[in-house]
Design a protein around this ligand. Structure first.
Ligand code: OAD
Ligand code: ZN
Length: 257
């Protein structure tokens, strides 16, 4: 295989990441696309193909958490194309490159919109999952997160072992408030970042798409990695129009070389 091309934009990104104090990345579904998980929007996105899901998930949960859990367990037994893709996915070069940048001390934090757990499997430690993690459950009262397999489903809805509150899956639903602890971490990172990478996200979902803007307004260098234009492109200082895996791998190679 030919080695990927090192463009002036990739070189500029590596220089910015190599000389900054606090680089933060906002990541979206485009990163995991190369692990075989379809994106939501854009070419090949599941919502582009099948339309957006109903936006009343949070209302349904609040009205009847027991029925909601029954529906989840029922859907699970039917297995969608999307969940099969997530279950068989493994981290790729892009996830590994982000974990390597953290080990090198070059990347301080990842804010991911992805729920697929692939950052952790790649070895990243400083990760805030703003839309939750599909392998976990979360208590709606105290915020405790536990692996789903540790939650007893003998009684629905399941209750928190710590405070007795109602558990739901950690994945944030349409209309559901972003968990407060995640939001606080994201704001804190946006307030200190001097380089902000925006990787594989259409940047149309809020509040996630706000964090790069907050950082850029404070003077952070904005680096976008995406094969397509997004609403943040005009604000970006460096735009890498290519797939995340290859681009991030090149950046790591330049910084280690
Ligand atoms: P989207 O599906 O909206 O956008 C995916 C982006 O990835 C697009 O801009 C693509 O151009 C880009 N892309 C595709 N392949 C890529 C590649 N190989 N490398 C880099 N970029 C690539 O996904 P998100 O922006 O993550 O929330 O969507 C945000 C949120 O919308 C999701 O977290 C989800 C949904 O509502 C919840 O489920 C709560
Ligand atoms: Zn609790």
């Amino acid at each position: 295989m030919d080695s990927p091309e090192i463009t002036p934009e990739i070189r500029a990104a590596a220089e910015a990441i190599g000389s900054c104090k606090h680089a933060v990345a906002l990541v979206g579904a485009g990163l995991s696309a190369e692990s075989g998980i379809p994106t939501y929007r854009g070419a090949g996105g599941i919502w582009t193909k099948f339309g957006e899901p109903t936006i009343d998930g949070w209302d349904l949960f609040r009205r009847d958490p027991e029925q909601w859990w029954r529906d989840v367990l029922d859907r699970k037994s039917r297995r969608s194309e999307f969940s099969t893709a997530i279950e068989s996915a493994a981290p790729h070069a892009g996830h590994l490159a982000l974990a390597e940048l953290e080990r090198m001390g070059r990347l301080k934090h990842i804010i991911t919109q992805n729920i697929d757990n692939l950052h952790q499997r790649a070895g990243s430690l400083a990760v805030t999952e703003i839309h939750g993690n599909r392998t976990k459950g979360r208590c709606l009262s105290c915020g405790l997160r536990v692996p789903l397999e540790e939650i007893s489903l003998d009684r629905l809805p399941p209750l928190c072992g710590k405070c007795g509150g109602i558990m739901k899956n950690d994945t944030v639903m349409f209309g559901e408030p972003i968990p407060f602890d995640a939001l606080r971490h994201c704001h804190a990172e946006a307030e200190v970042a001097d380089v902000f990478l925006v990787i594989g996200t259409s940047a149309v979902v809020y509040p996630a798409a706000d964090f790069p803007v907050i950082a850029a307004r404070r003077g952070a260098t904005l680096i976008e990695i995406n094969p397509e234009r997004t609403p943040l492109t005009g604000m970006a200082n460096i735009v890498i129009r290519g797939p995340a895996g290859e681009s991030l791998q090149c950046i790591v190679d330049l910084l280690s070389g």
